[in-house]
Write a protein that binds this ligand. Structure first.
Ligand code: GRF
Length: 197
């Protein structure tokens, strides 16, 4: 059975989508461990689902966080999923798990990514830009910030009067099925180049 590790820092709605997909047998894998870099609702969601958790407090570990992660992530892990994880992983860690770490970002990368671009800042930047569309991206994680190869995107048209808050809600609805779809394709080895629509 493929085994995934999920890294979280926030509300955990994407983690919840993965848990639900496993329960509904839409995803044939197990979550062996959920790791957080701060106290967050996502940890509670994992505990409620009976999943093993670990808190590696970023304020305590600082630049050594990746070393701690490397020490506790099981060798046999099929995929590491960053689902709203806000710490930056070291180049060594990314190299060890090359093509086995994916991240979800709430914009159409390469637009609106990079240092400091997370949460509402991303949606505010999209609205400020006057662009007519946005969406979300799943990409491999390399040593940079939001710079790894894009695996899949989903897009939406901005509505008249769209606000950062409304955009966040609409993008979030796209993120959950996209993430499940990509995980399914990666753990079954059926990923193709269909992935931008
Ligand atoms: C998502 O918008 C994701 O794109 C970004 O962080 C957010 C996590 O949301 N990387 P949640 O914690 O899964 O609700």
């Amino acid at each position: 059975m493929p085994s995934i590790v999920v890294l979280v820092s926030g509300s955990g709605s994407n983690l919840q989508a993965i848990i639900t997909a496993i329960v509904k047998q839409q995803l044939a894998c197990e979550i062996s461990l959920v790791i957080a870099d701060r106290e967050c609702l996502a940890l509670t969601r994992a505990e409620t689902a009976g999943i093993a958790t670990c808190l590696l407090e970023r304020k305590h570990y600082g630049a050594n966080l990746s070393q701690q992660l490397a020490a506790i992530i099981p060798e046999e892990t099929t995929l590491i999923v960053l689902a709203g994880f806000l710490s930056i992983l070291s180049a060594d860690f990314c190299c060890r798990w090359q093509n086995k770490i994916i991240n979800l970002h709430p914009s159409l990368l390469p637009l609106h990514g990079g240092a400091g671009m997370w949460g509402m800042k991303v949606h505010q930047a999209v609205v400020n830009s006057g662009e007519s569309e946005s969406g979300c991206t799943v990409h491999y994680v390399d040593g940079g910030i939001d710079s790894g190869s894009i695996i899949a995107q989903r897009r939406l048209k901005l509505n008249a009067g769209e606000t950062p808050q409304s955009l966040q809600e609409r993008v979030s609805e796209l993120e959950h099925p996209l993430l499940i779809e990509v995980i399914e394709q990666l753990i079954t080895g059926t990923i193709t180049n269909w992935n931008s629509y």
